[in-house]
Design a protein around this ligand. Sequence first.
Ligand code: 1QQ
Length: 407
Amino acid sequence: MYKSTIRTSAFLTTLTLLLSACGGANTGTNTTNTATNTASTSPSAIPIGVALAQTSNVALLGQEQVAGAKIAEKYFNEQGGIDGTPIKLVFQDTGGDEAGTINAFQTLINNDRVVGIVGPTLSQQAFSADPIAERAKVPVIGPSNTAKGIPQIGDYVARVSAPVTVVAPNSVQAALKSNPNIKRVAVFYAQNDAFSKSETEVFQQTVKEQGLELVTVQKFQTTDTDFQTQATNALNLKPDLVIISGLAADGGNLVKQLRELGYQGSIIGGNGLNTSNVFSVCQEHCNGVLIAQAYSPEHPGEINAAFRNAYSSQYKKEPPQFSAQAYTAVQVYVEALKALDSKTDISTLSLPQLRTELNKQILAGSYQTPLGEISFTPEGEVVQKEFYVAQIKMNNNGNSGQFAFLK
Ligand code: 1QQ
Protein backbone atom coordinates (compact mmCIF):
# COMPACT_ATOMS: atom_id res chain seq x y z
CA MET A 1 0.00 0.00 0.00
CA TYR A 2 1.22 3.44 -0.91
CA LYS A 3 0.92 5.73 2.11
CA SER A 4 2.57 8.98 2.88
CA THR A 5 6.34 8.86 2.89
CA ILE A 6 6.36 11.58 0.24
CA ARG A 7 3.91 13.64 2.26
CA THR A 8 6.52 16.28 2.91
CA SER A 9 5.60 19.90 3.46
CA ALA A 10 6.53 20.77 -0.13
CA PHE A 11 4.20 18.04 -1.30
CA LEU A 12 1.37 19.34 0.87
CA THR A 13 1.91 22.88 -0.36
CA THR A 14 1.61 21.62 -3.91
CA LEU A 15 -1.57 19.80 -3.08
CA THR A 16 -3.03 22.85 -1.40
CA LEU A 17 -2.28 24.82 -4.55
CA LEU A 18 -3.81 22.09 -6.63
CA LEU A 19 -6.89 22.10 -4.46
CA SER A 20 -7.43 25.79 -4.83
CA ALA A 21 -6.81 25.49 -8.56
CA CYS A 22 -9.53 22.83 -8.68
CA GLY A 23 -11.89 24.96 -6.65
CA GLY A 24 -11.88 22.41 -3.82
CA ALA A 25 -12.24 24.53 -0.69
CA ASN A 26 -11.29 21.97 1.88
CA THR A 27 -8.24 20.77 3.69
CA GLY A 28 -8.37 17.19 2.60
CA THR A 29 -10.36 15.57 5.41
CA ASN A 30 -14.09 15.37 4.74
CA THR A 31 -14.25 15.31 0.98
CA THR A 32 -16.77 14.02 -1.48
CA ASN A 33 -16.35 10.53 -2.69
CA THR A 34 -16.24 10.23 -6.44
CA ALA A 35 -12.98 8.92 -7.80
CA THR A 36 -11.99 12.16 -9.48
CA ASN A 37 -12.69 14.22 -6.38
CA THR A 38 -10.72 11.80 -4.30
CA ALA A 39 -7.86 12.16 -6.75
CA SER A 40 -7.71 15.91 -6.38
CA THR A 41 -8.31 16.09 -2.65
CA SER A 42 -6.54 13.14 -1.08
CA PRO A 43 -3.19 14.27 0.31
CA SER A 44 -1.73 10.90 -0.58
CA ALA A 45 -2.58 10.98 -4.29
CA ILE A 46 0.48 10.00 -6.30
CA PRO A 47 1.61 12.96 -8.44
CA ILE A 48 2.52 12.25 -12.08
CA GLY A 49 3.79 15.25 -14.04
CA VAL A 50 2.39 16.18 -17.44
CA ALA A 51 4.49 18.65 -19.45
CA LEU A 52 2.68 19.38 -22.71
CA ALA A 53 2.08 22.32 -25.04
CA GLN A 54 -1.20 23.77 -23.79
CA THR A 55 -0.55 27.14 -25.44
CA SER A 56 1.13 28.36 -28.68
CA ASN A 57 0.73 26.83 -32.14
CA VAL A 58 2.04 23.55 -30.78
CA ALA A 59 -1.14 23.33 -28.67
CA LEU A 60 -2.87 22.26 -31.92
CA LEU A 61 -1.12 18.97 -31.12
CA GLY A 62 -0.81 19.29 -27.33
CA GLN A 63 -4.49 19.79 -26.57
CA GLU A 64 -5.31 16.32 -27.90
CA GLN A 65 -2.68 14.92 -25.58
CA VAL A 66 -4.12 16.70 -22.54
CA ALA A 67 -7.52 15.19 -23.38
CA GLY A 68 -6.08 11.66 -23.54
CA ALA A 69 -4.13 12.03 -20.28
CA LYS A 70 -7.21 13.28 -18.40
CA ILE A 71 -9.35 10.40 -19.65
CA ALA A 72 -6.69 7.98 -18.38
CA GLU A 73 -6.51 9.69 -14.98
CA LYS A 74 -10.25 9.39 -14.50
CA TYR A 75 -10.43 5.80 -15.76
CA PHE A 76 -7.57 4.42 -13.71
CA ASN A 77 -8.68 6.20 -10.55
CA GLU A 78 -12.15 4.74 -10.99
CA GLN A 79 -10.44 1.35 -11.24
CA GLY A 80 -8.88 1.95 -7.81
CA GLY A 81 -5.70 3.82 -8.73
CA ILE A 82 -2.61 2.24 -7.20
CA ASP A 83 -4.11 -0.31 -4.78
CA GLY A 84 -6.63 2.24 -3.54
CA THR A 85 -4.45 5.33 -3.76
CA PRO A 86 -5.39 7.65 -6.63
CA ILE A 87 -2.96 9.21 -9.05
CA LYS A 88 -3.02 12.96 -9.59
CA LEU A 89 -1.84 14.43 -12.88
CA VAL A 90 0.04 17.68 -12.32
CA PHE A 91 -0.03 19.76 -15.51
CA GLN A 92 2.67 22.29 -16.40
CA ASP A 93 2.26 24.05 -19.74
CA THR A 94 5.44 23.94 -21.82
CA GLY A 95 4.29 26.32 -24.54
CA GLY A 96 5.82 25.59 -27.92
CA ASP A 97 9.51 26.09 -27.23
CA GLU A 98 12.47 24.65 -25.36
CA ALA A 99 12.71 27.28 -22.60
CA GLY A 100 9.11 26.71 -21.52
CA THR A 101 9.68 22.97 -21.51
CA ILE A 102 12.79 23.22 -19.35
CA ASN A 103 10.82 25.37 -16.92
CA ALA A 104 7.92 22.95 -16.80
CA PHE A 105 10.26 20.00 -16.17
CA GLN A 106 12.10 21.84 -13.39
CA THR A 107 8.85 22.80 -11.67
CA LEU A 108 7.50 19.27 -11.87
CA ILE A 109 10.72 17.73 -10.58
CA ASN A 110 11.57 20.18 -7.80
CA ASN A 111 8.31 21.82 -6.69
CA ASP A 112 5.61 19.34 -7.59
CA ARG A 113 7.87 16.40 -6.67
CA VAL A 114 6.30 14.13 -9.25
CA VAL A 115 7.22 10.45 -9.50
CA GLY A 116 7.68 10.74 -13.28
CA ILE A 117 6.79 12.90 -16.28
CA VAL A 118 4.61 12.43 -19.36
CA GLY A 119 5.87 14.77 -22.09
CA PRO A 120 6.88 16.88 -23.82
CA THR A 121 4.91 17.35 -27.06
CA LEU A 122 7.77 17.82 -29.53
CA SER A 123 11.06 15.99 -30.01
CA GLN A 124 12.57 19.46 -30.42
CA GLN A 125 11.54 20.14 -26.80
CA ALA A 126 12.55 16.66 -25.59
CA PHE A 127 16.14 17.02 -26.74
CA SER A 128 16.57 20.03 -24.46
CA ALA A 129 14.36 19.12 -21.46
CA ASP A 130 14.77 15.33 -21.13
CA PRO A 131 18.43 15.65 -20.08
CA ILE A 132 17.22 17.61 -17.03
CA ALA A 133 15.02 14.72 -15.92
CA GLU A 134 17.85 12.32 -16.71
CA ARG A 135 20.25 14.19 -14.41
CA ALA A 136 17.58 14.35 -11.67
CA LYS A 137 16.85 10.62 -12.16
CA VAL A 138 13.18 11.19 -12.90
CA PRO A 139 11.45 8.88 -15.42
CA VAL A 140 10.13 10.49 -18.62
CA ILE A 141 7.68 8.82 -21.00
CA GLY A 142 7.51 10.61 -24.35
CA PRO A 143 3.92 10.47 -25.61
CA SER A 144 4.68 11.94 -29.04
CA ASN A 145 8.44 12.21 -29.47
CA THR A 146 9.16 10.29 -32.64
CA ALA A 147 12.56 11.57 -33.82
CA LYS A 148 15.51 9.24 -34.00
CA GLY A 149 17.60 9.33 -30.82
CA ILE A 150 14.98 10.07 -28.13
CA PRO A 151 15.37 6.90 -25.98
CA GLN A 152 19.14 7.30 -26.27
CA ILE A 153 18.98 10.60 -24.33
CA GLY A 154 19.37 8.55 -21.18
CA ASP A 155 18.37 5.71 -18.90
CA TYR A 156 15.32 7.53 -17.57
CA VAL A 157 13.89 8.40 -21.01
CA ALA A 158 11.42 6.06 -22.71
CA ARG A 159 8.66 6.65 -25.22
CA VAL A 160 5.30 5.14 -26.17
CA SER A 161 5.38 6.98 -29.52
CA ALA A 162 6.80 4.70 -32.19
CA PRO A 163 9.64 6.32 -34.12
CA VAL A 164 9.51 7.87 -37.59
CA THR A 165 11.61 4.96 -38.88
CA VAL A 166 8.77 2.48 -38.36
CA VAL A 167 5.73 4.73 -38.86
CA ALA A 168 6.51 7.03 -41.81
CA PRO A 169 7.22 4.40 -44.54
CA ASN A 170 3.67 3.06 -44.21
CA SER A 171 2.21 6.18 -45.79
CA VAL A 172 4.50 5.98 -48.82
CA GLN A 173 3.42 2.40 -49.41
CA ALA A 174 -0.24 3.43 -49.11
CA ALA A 175 0.26 6.28 -51.61
CA LEU A 176 1.82 3.88 -54.12
CA LYS A 177 -0.98 1.40 -53.64
CA SER A 178 -3.64 4.00 -54.34
CA ASN A 179 -1.67 5.48 -57.25
CA PRO A 180 0.86 3.05 -58.81
CA ASN A 181 1.81 5.71 -61.39
CA ILE A 182 3.66 7.85 -58.87
CA LYS A 183 7.21 8.44 -60.09
CA ARG A 184 8.32 11.98 -59.19
CA VAL A 185 8.39 13.01 -55.55
CA ALA A 186 8.88 16.45 -53.98
CA VAL A 187 9.75 16.53 -50.29
CA PHE A 188 9.26 19.48 -47.92
CA TYR A 189 10.46 19.79 -44.35
CA ALA A 190 10.72 22.28 -41.47
CA GLN A 191 14.42 22.79 -40.93
CA ASN A 192 14.01 24.29 -37.43
CA ASP A 193 12.30 21.22 -35.96
CA ALA A 194 14.12 18.06 -34.84
CA PHE A 195 11.22 15.73 -35.55
CA SER A 196 10.69 17.15 -39.07
CA LYS A 197 14.38 16.75 -39.88
CA SER A 198 14.34 13.18 -38.65
CA GLU A 199 11.10 12.27 -40.42
CA THR A 200 12.18 13.74 -43.76
CA GLU A 201 15.31 11.57 -43.72
CA VAL A 202 13.12 8.50 -43.41
CA PHE A 203 10.77 9.70 -46.16
CA GLN A 204 13.67 10.48 -48.51
CA GLN A 205 15.22 7.09 -47.86
CA THR A 206 11.89 5.32 -48.44
CA VAL A 207 11.35 7.21 -51.71
CA LYS A 208 14.74 5.98 -52.97
CA GLU A 209 14.16 2.43 -51.78
CA GLN A 210 10.86 2.36 -53.66
CA GLY A 211 12.69 3.31 -56.85
CA LEU A 212 11.00 6.72 -57.07
CA GLU A 213 12.68 9.90 -58.21
CA LEU A 214 13.27 12.54 -55.55
CA VAL A 215 12.92 15.66 -57.73
CA THR A 216 13.44 18.29 -55.02
CA VAL A 217 13.84 18.85 -51.28
CA GLN A 218 12.36 22.15 -50.09
CA LYS A 219 12.93 23.65 -46.64
CA PHE A 220 10.81 25.95 -44.52
CA GLN A 221 10.36 27.05 -40.87
CA THR A 222 7.53 25.97 -38.56
CA THR A 223 6.81 29.70 -38.08
CA ASP A 224 6.34 30.32 -41.83
CA THR A 225 2.93 31.17 -43.23
CA ASP A 226 3.91 31.92 -46.84
CA PHE A 227 5.14 28.97 -48.92
CA GLN A 228 4.84 30.47 -52.42
CA THR A 229 8.55 30.25 -53.25
CA GLN A 230 9.08 26.66 -52.14
CA ALA A 231 5.74 25.48 -53.56
CA THR A 232 6.40 27.10 -56.93
CA ASN A 233 9.93 25.70 -57.09
CA ALA A 234 8.59 22.22 -56.45
CA LEU A 235 5.59 22.40 -58.78
CA ASN A 236 7.82 23.51 -61.65
CA LEU A 237 9.37 20.05 -61.41
CA LYS A 238 5.99 18.36 -61.93
CA PRO A 239 5.87 15.99 -58.94
CA ASP A 240 3.07 13.46 -58.63
CA LEU A 241 3.62 12.99 -54.89
CA VAL A 242 4.41 15.66 -52.30
CA ILE A 243 5.57 14.65 -48.81
CA ILE A 244 5.49 17.17 -45.96
CA SER A 245 7.31 16.97 -42.63
CA GLY A 246 6.30 19.93 -40.48
CA LEU A 247 3.82 20.78 -37.73
CA ALA A 248 0.09 21.40 -37.92
CA ALA A 249 -0.17 25.13 -38.70
CA ASP A 250 2.71 25.34 -41.19
CA GLY A 251 1.99 21.92 -42.69
CA GLY A 252 -1.70 22.75 -43.14
CA ASN A 253 -0.87 26.07 -44.81
CA LEU A 254 1.58 24.39 -47.15
CA VAL A 255 -1.07 21.85 -48.24
CA LYS A 256 -3.50 24.70 -48.88
CA GLN A 257 -1.04 26.78 -50.89
CA LEU A 258 0.09 23.81 -53.02
CA ARG A 259 -3.54 23.14 -53.98
CA GLU A 260 -4.25 26.82 -54.61
CA LEU A 261 -1.29 26.84 -57.00
CA GLY A 262 -2.98 24.02 -58.90
CA TYR A 263 -1.22 20.92 -57.61
CA GLN A 264 -3.46 17.89 -58.12
CA GLY A 265 -1.21 14.97 -57.22
CA SER A 266 -1.01 12.93 -54.02
CA ILE A 267 0.04 14.44 -50.69
CA ILE A 268 1.47 12.66 -47.67
CA GLY A 269 1.53 14.53 -44.38
CA GLY A 270 3.88 13.44 -41.61
CA ASN A 271 3.05 13.03 -37.94
CA GLY A 272 2.94 16.79 -37.33
CA LEU A 273 -0.19 17.03 -39.48
CA ASN A 274 -1.84 14.16 -37.63
CA THR A 275 -4.66 16.11 -36.02
CA SER A 276 -8.13 17.27 -37.00
CA ASN A 277 -6.88 20.72 -35.98
CA VAL A 278 -5.38 20.97 -39.49
CA PHE A 279 -8.91 20.95 -40.94
CA SER A 280 -9.47 24.62 -40.18
CA VAL A 281 -6.07 25.45 -41.71
CA CYS A 282 -6.21 23.67 -45.09
CA GLN A 283 -10.03 23.35 -45.14
CA GLU A 284 -11.35 21.64 -48.30
CA HIS A 285 -7.74 21.34 -49.51
CA CYS A 286 -6.97 18.87 -46.69
CA ASN A 287 -9.09 16.34 -48.57
CA GLY A 288 -7.13 13.23 -49.59
CA VAL A 289 -4.00 13.84 -47.50
CA LEU A 290 -2.52 10.51 -46.36
CA ILE A 291 -1.05 10.20 -42.84
CA ALA A 292 0.48 7.11 -41.19
CA GLN A 293 -0.95 6.22 -37.79
CA ALA A 294 0.37 4.50 -34.68
CA TYR A 295 -3.19 4.05 -33.40
CA SER A 296 -6.52 2.94 -34.78
CA PRO A 297 -9.82 3.58 -32.97
CA GLU A 298 -10.82 0.13 -34.25
CA HIS A 299 -8.08 -1.67 -32.37
CA PRO A 300 -9.68 -4.66 -30.60
CA GLY A 301 -9.56 -5.20 -26.85
CA GLU A 302 -11.12 -4.04 -23.63
CA ILE A 303 -8.85 -1.13 -22.83
CA ASN A 304 -9.22 0.51 -26.24
CA ALA A 305 -12.99 0.06 -26.02
CA ALA A 306 -13.00 1.85 -22.64
CA PHE A 307 -10.79 4.64 -23.97
CA ARG A 308 -12.71 5.01 -27.24
CA ASN A 309 -16.07 5.17 -25.43
CA ALA A 310 -14.86 7.73 -22.93
CA TYR A 311 -13.28 9.88 -25.64
CA SER A 312 -16.14 9.72 -28.12
CA SER A 313 -18.82 10.39 -25.53
CA GLN A 314 -16.95 13.51 -24.42
CA TYR A 315 -15.77 14.82 -27.81
CA LYS A 316 -18.36 13.31 -30.22
CA LYS A 317 -15.71 11.94 -32.56
CA GLU A 318 -13.21 9.11 -32.79
CA PRO A 319 -10.11 9.45 -30.62
CA PRO A 320 -6.99 10.70 -32.40
CA GLN A 321 -3.54 9.12 -32.16
CA PHE A 322 -2.08 11.83 -29.90
CA SER A 323 -4.84 11.29 -27.32
CA ALA A 324 -4.35 7.52 -27.43
CA GLN A 325 -0.59 7.85 -26.94
CA ALA A 326 -0.93 10.24 -23.99
CA TYR A 327 -3.50 7.92 -22.42
CA THR A 328 -1.05 5.05 -22.91
CA ALA A 329 1.78 6.99 -21.22
CA VAL A 330 -0.39 7.53 -18.12
CA GLN A 331 -1.46 3.88 -18.21
CA VAL A 332 2.17 2.73 -18.24
CA TYR A 333 2.84 4.79 -15.09
CA VAL A 334 -0.23 3.34 -13.35
CA GLU A 335 0.57 -0.26 -14.21
CA ALA A 336 4.26 0.09 -13.38
CA LEU A 337 3.42 1.69 -10.02
CA LYS A 338 1.01 -1.15 -9.27
CA ALA A 339 3.55 -3.80 -10.25
CA LEU A 340 6.21 -2.14 -8.14
CA ASP A 341 3.89 -1.78 -5.14
CA SER A 342 3.06 -5.48 -5.28
CA LYS A 343 6.77 -6.30 -4.88
CA THR A 344 7.94 -3.49 -2.58
CA ASP A 345 5.54 -1.39 -0.54
CA ILE A 346 6.14 1.91 -2.33
CA SER A 347 5.18 3.92 0.75
CA THR A 348 8.44 2.77 2.33
CA LEU A 349 10.52 4.29 -0.48
CA SER A 350 11.96 7.78 -0.50
CA LEU A 351 11.05 9.87 -3.56
CA PRO A 352 14.47 9.31 -5.23
CA GLN A 353 14.18 5.57 -4.59
CA LEU A 354 10.64 5.49 -5.92
CA ARG A 355 11.65 7.34 -9.12
CA THR A 356 14.52 4.93 -9.74
CA GLU A 357 12.57 1.76 -8.99
CA LEU A 358 9.64 3.02 -11.05
CA ASN A 359 11.93 3.62 -14.00
CA LYS A 360 13.20 0.03 -13.85
CA GLN A 361 9.67 -1.30 -13.57
CA ILE A 362 8.44 0.73 -16.56
CA LEU A 363 11.11 -0.84 -18.75
CA ALA A 364 10.46 -4.35 -17.41
CA GLY A 365 6.73 -4.48 -18.04
CA SER A 366 4.47 -5.20 -20.96
CA TYR A 367 1.16 -3.40 -21.27
CA GLN A 368 -2.20 -3.99 -22.98
CA THR A 369 -2.99 -0.48 -24.18
CA PRO A 370 -5.19 1.28 -26.74
CA LEU A 371 -2.14 1.05 -29.05
CA GLY A 372 -2.14 -2.73 -28.62
CA GLU A 373 0.37 -4.66 -26.57
CA ILE A 374 3.51 -2.64 -25.99
CA SER A 375 6.77 -3.16 -24.13
CA PHE A 376 10.15 -1.42 -24.10
CA THR A 377 13.68 -2.26 -25.16
CA PRO A 378 16.26 -1.82 -22.38
CA GLU A 379 16.98 1.60 -23.90
CA GLY A 380 13.36 2.72 -23.55
CA GLU A 381 12.29 2.36 -27.19
CA VAL A 382 8.67 1.27 -27.56
CA VAL A 383 7.99 -2.15 -29.04
CA GLN A 384 4.66 -1.97 -30.83
CA LYS A 385 3.16 -4.28 -33.43
CA GLU A 386 0.53 -2.55 -35.50
CA PHE A 387 0.50 0.56 -37.65
CA TYR A 388 -2.07 2.04 -39.98
CA VAL A 389 -2.64 4.72 -42.60
CA ALA A 390 -5.55 7.14 -42.69
CA GLN A 391 -6.77 9.56 -45.34
CA ILE A 392 -8.41 12.88 -44.58
CA LYS A 393 -11.98 13.10 -45.90
CA MET A 394 -13.36 16.61 -45.68
CA ASN A 395 -17.11 17.19 -45.54
CA ASN A 396 -18.74 19.33 -48.20
CA ASN A 397 -18.72 22.40 -45.97
CA GLY A 398 -14.90 22.32 -46.14
CA ASN A 399 -14.54 22.91 -42.39
CA SER A 400 -15.12 19.55 -40.81
CA GLY A 401 -13.94 16.10 -41.77
CA GLN A 402 -12.45 12.88 -40.50
CA PHE A 403 -9.55 10.50 -40.74
CA ALA A 404 -10.73 7.50 -42.78
CA PHE A 405 -8.59 4.43 -42.06
CA LEU A 406 -7.39 2.48 -45.11
CA LYS A 407 -7.59 -1.28 -45.01
C1 1QQ B 1 7.73 14.92 -32.60
C2 1QQ B 1 6.45 14.60 -33.23
C3 1QQ B 1 5.42 15.65 -33.26
C4 1QQ B 1 4.76 15.75 -34.58
C5 1QQ B 1 4.43 15.31 -32.19
C6 1QQ B 1 3.36 16.28 -31.95
O1 1QQ B 1 6.24 13.47 -33.64
O2 1QQ B 1 8.04 16.08 -32.33
O3 1QQ B 1 8.51 13.97 -32.38
